[in-house]
Design a protein around this ligand. Sequence first.
Ligand code: HEM
Length: 429
Amino acid sequence: MTTTENVGSEIDPAAFNPFDGDTLQCPFPHYETMREQAPVVHIEALDMYLVTRYDLVLEVVRDIETYSSEFGGASMPIPAENRARMEEVQAEGWPRVPTMLTADRPGHTRYRRLISKAFTPKVIEELEPVIRSITTRLIDAFIDDDSIEFVEQFGVPLPVEVIAHALNVPDSRLADFKRWSDDSIAGIGTNIGLEERLEAERGVNEFQHYFAEQLELRRTEPQDDLLTNLLNARVDHDDPDIDDDRPLDMAEMLSMVQQLLVAGNETTTKLLTEMVRLLAENPEQWRELRSDPSRASLIVEEGLRLSTPTQGMFRIATKDHELDGVAIPKGARLVVVFASANRDEELFADPDAFDPDRDHLRDHLAFGKGIHFCLGAALSRLEGRVALEELSRRLDTIELTESNEFRYFPSFLLRGLTRLDVDITAADR
Ligand code: HEM
């Protein structure tokens, strides 16, 4: 939504239930109340501390001594009584090694150094023509229709096909690749049942077996691709910031590939969808974009701020301390709520409004900040820009179909529309 009704005083920040249906639909009034009344608040039901103000979110992500990223996976913790069953299923794959997102220094530095040899700015730059050709093909498929379901016809396939291309996945395995991506995020910020979690974990095993085979293949038959680069990535032996100069082992490589998939697919889908919704709701912005495609980058930034597909991420307190006067015990789990920081009225004037020309446009925290700053930021910005350039070039009008219900996926960490129906008219060719 572009505007939120202020129901501030009716909300008890400590009783906030992120899984409540209405809250999932629109958490922003709750965040506003929290920023105002309790920017660091202990949520009883989750036993987690939510951090909602911009300055405090920044303080937490920058203070890597006090706030660890070793939260063991972004999925919701599994209750103790069910852990054995989960471990049994996981034993059929490679160990789930915490890399990048869930690692602290110095291990994190080693992972970032190694992936930076494989996922280089050049690799991303070279994806631009691929992104443009996938985008054009997707648009061609619906250009003569009166209406489209944007999520399925564009939002999902674009990032999946781009990252699949980067990982050299053949078209014949695209459907599996998408399923593995869904399985990898099944537990993130949701409260789905155990059986569903186990089924998803089996999908992750399948993903691991596929990529392990592909990586093994490249030991003897190297290719000019990201997987081969990952296999061959080495760190400098005398790098003072790392204490371990081993190349990546198989479990580590699989964890890293999985993160590219998880972090790259869903988030970008959600960004693309929300941007189209915002443009359809703000036709003057759509018209300006059509007449001046260089505005695409501004719209991507404002789309990132308002949609913040990764609404928040976990941190673990490494010691007893206070944050904004609230006592946080060692071992406590915090959620840095990027989505709330991105609507902090102290920094962003009229924060719920869609204004690609606003002050502080690029200060949003949709990609986080500090050592865990999103590895794929440049790629998703590129996908967003190319998508907007091509959509606005090929389509004359976009309007939201009356029947839209604007339902969001039931996750409080990954926020995105389940579907978006859009009436379209093609531009003159
Ligand atoms: C709109 C799209 C995206 C959004 C909103 C997003 C958001 C984020 C955020 C907020 C973080 C920081 C998490 C933290 O501080 O704990 C992050 C980290 C990360 N992202 Fe993204 N991301 C996006 C796209 C991508 C893409 C396309 C890729 C890869 C192809 C990617 C890969 C990663 C990885 C590997 C990390 C972990 C980095 C680390 O911990 O060092 N992301 N992302």
